[in-house]
Design a binder for this molecule. Structure first.
Ligand code: SF4
Length: 623
């Protein structure tokens, strides 16, 4: 096997120090293809339903996909999957950069890690040579410091580092992973899983050639991206301003989380938009392996806060959650908060959501001021936020309470605070407002990993690309505000497609609606990399299979329909802005949920995959 995949998955047990290279046949690869499907496969095979996410037996998979390694735009993402310490459900997070292609060049289709090292360690994969090494010298050091120490030790050439930061070491439940210094696998607490295994970093050097079925065909696809970029809408905006370049559009539509999701608009939003950030603190950009878009923006500032350009700048979600959602509109302050989170290894989305929860609880008198010590905390105060991030990273005082996530904080501060805790399955909401985007309302609730904005199509983007969407069988995407069958069908179809992208580890910015490639070219990509002549139907089934595997895993862990619920706060009409009066109507939402389970072929009462659905997808082995 040499086309698109090596046939070898690296298995490392940190308890026994056993390192093995496991072989899988072509049918395995064509059925699961990579990324989050690989990770969920190993979780289903090897973990009991009762396993604690911080237990040594949790199975952590770092997986690119069968197309990874080709020098075509948008192929370079990598999935990290394990049971989530943040939600208790399946955890799954993606990063860009070069870690995925480097794993392929080292000769592996995935790295699967189990067990727990006796002391702080890092895994060094240098092609065939795999070592578990001492990481005592990295303990407590920031991401930047650890990165510099590792590159000084091992050299920079061809090296890619995935590390958890000091927050992960302390098992902050929403600790993230940094891929080198500019890319982040932010969600579901994969950094805490590293910490629970005494694993500070996975360092990979790969010098082998990845073989593909049709290298000339791949060169043609690579050229198409170059030719189309200038005239593309969304990717071209990303090239200029990064994801921050979308903030003005979202704000003008009343879709920007503000004051802990109490509002969705602020008149001074332009201070946080990509153009303003670029002119005030822009410091260049980087790109993922092989991608012409280069959307990873860097920032640098001296005043009022010093911000380094060595670590990635704030993305749209971060500007929303650490900025607008906390009524902070100075981009330098948000950039500093982002730098702190990245340097400690903390997910900016959940961090912003928890800070909003705390600030609103204090503001409304739901908890007494002395509960957070003698420091005054509140909205619009960047120094309060920076102080809070430090406490979370160190697990000190109120930071120690927040470090265990929403449900633990509610338990500590009291049930009266639950009304201002904006989360699903314990997972903080992204900056897109479910009151304004019904597809996101539904997906935030049903997504197996908790609220996620990258798991189905957004109503607005679909409306702008309705002709292209017909290629997925979405013939009628309905009104933007619709909560009817048309919207649910669109959500289901696009969820399969997004899930496919997370299986192949393709970037949505390049391979989705409004991106650089079309669905026919996705089939070309599979043919050119693997030699497989896949139909779009087969590929959509791969995406559907991953979603069902994740829900099956969650069902085994006791999750049901009652976990697919939105925060009660979203039922209150928005008070102002372009989306004034909009809310999540509980009755309409319940109807969407019913239709969704029906269309997915899941049980209406439990919201879990039926035996028939699992058998249809070749997942009878999970029953
Ligand atoms: S569009 Fe941006 S995130 Fe996506 S592959 Fe290219 S550089 Fe990476």
């Amino acid at each position: 096997m040499s086309e698109g995949f090596t046939g070898t998955i690296l298995r490392v047990n940190l308890t026994t120090c056993r390192i093995e290279k496991q072989q899988h046949n072509e049918e395995f690869y064509r059925t699961y293809m990579g990324g989050g499907a690989f990770g969920t496969y190993f979780l289903l095979k090897e973990t009991p339903g009762s396993l604690d996410a911080l237990a040594a037996e949790n199975v952590l998979t770092i997986a690119p996909g069968v197309t990874t390694g080709a020098a075509v735009s948008g192929l370079s993402r990598c999935c990290i999957t394990a049971l989530s310490p943040e939600t208790g459900a399946v955890g799954d997070s993606q990063t860009g950069g070069s870690i995925g292609p480097t794993i392929k060049r080292a000769g592996y289709d995935a790295i699967v890690i189990t067990g727990k090292a006796k002391k702080a360690s890092y895994l060094f994969v240098d092609d065939d040579d795999v070592q578990i090494r001492d990481a005592d010298h990295l303990k407590g050091r920031t991401v930047l410091e650890a990165h510099d120490a590792l590159t000084a030790e091992l050299g920079r050439q061809g090296l890619s580092i995935l590390q958890c930061g000091p927050a992960g070491e302390k098992m902050v439940r929403f600790a993230c992973l940094l891929a080198d210094l500019n890319d982040v696998a932010g969600r579901t607490g994969m950094g805490a899983v590293f910490g629970s295994k005494n694993l500070r970093a996975v360092v990979v050097r790969g010098k082998k050639r990845v073989g593909f079925a049709d290298p000339d065909g791949l060169k043609k696809l690579a050229r198409l991206a170059v030719e189309r970029l200038d005239d593309s809408g969304f990717p071209n905006t990303l090239r200029k301003y990064g994801t921050a370049g979308t903030l003005a559009t979202q704000a003008e539509g009343g879709n920007l989380s503000t004051h802990n999701y109490s509002r969705s608009y602020r008149s001074d939003y332009s201070q946080l938009d990509g153009a303003a950030i670029e002119s005030r603190i822009g410091a260049g950009q980087t790109t993922c392996f092989g991608c012409v878009v280069g959307c990873r923006k860097k920032v640098k500032a001296d005043r009022p806060y010093q911000v380094t350009d060595r670590i990635g700048g704030p993305e749209f979600e971060t500007l929303g959650l650490l900025g607008s959602n906390l009524d902070i509109t100075d981009p330098v302050a948000v950039a500093k908060a982002n730098e702190l989170c990245n340097n400690y290894g903390i997910d900016t989305i959940t961090m912003g959501g928890l800070a909003g929860y705390l600030f609103e609880s204090l503001q409304k008198g739901l908890i007494p001021p002395q509960a957070v010590g003698d420091r005054t905390l509140g909205f619009g105060d960047p120094d309060a936020l920076l102080w809070l991030i430090e406490l979370v990273a160190r697990r000190e005082g109120v930071g120690d309470v927040l470090a265990d996530g929403f449900e633990a904080a509610i338990e500590t501060f009291g049930r009266q605070t639950a009304a201002v805790a904006v989360r699903v399955k314990g997972h903080g909401l992204p900056a897109h407002m479910p009151q304004v985007k019904p597809s996101q309302a539904l997906m935030y609730a049903v997504c197996p990993i908790g609220a996620d904005h990258m798991s189905c199509e957004h109503d607005w983007l679909l409306a702008d690309n309705s002709e292209t969407a017909k290629g997925l069988g979405i013939l009628d995407c309905g009104e933007v505000d619709s909560t009817g069958l048309d919207k649910v069908r669109m959500t289901v179809y696009s969820q399969y497609y997004y899930s496919l992208l997370d299986t192949l580890c393709l970037c949505m910015f390049c391979w989705n609606l409004g991106g650089l490639f079309n669905y026919g070219e996705l089939r070309d990509l599979l043919r050119c990399t693997t030699g497989w002549d896949c139909t779009l139907w087969e590929l959509m089934k791969v995406g559907e299979r991953r979603v069902n595997m994740m829900r099956r895993l969650n069902a085994r862990r006791g999750l049901t329909r009652r976990d697919d619920r939105l925060p009660e706060k979203l039922g209150t009409p928005l008070p102002d802005g372009p989306a004034k009066g909009k809310r999540v109507d509980p009755e309409a939402f319940a109807g969407m949920l019913d239709r969704y389970y029906e269309l997915m072929g899941w049980d209406l009462a439990t919201g879990n995959p039926t035996r028939g659905k699992l058998l249809e997808l070749g997942l009878g082995w999970t029953v």
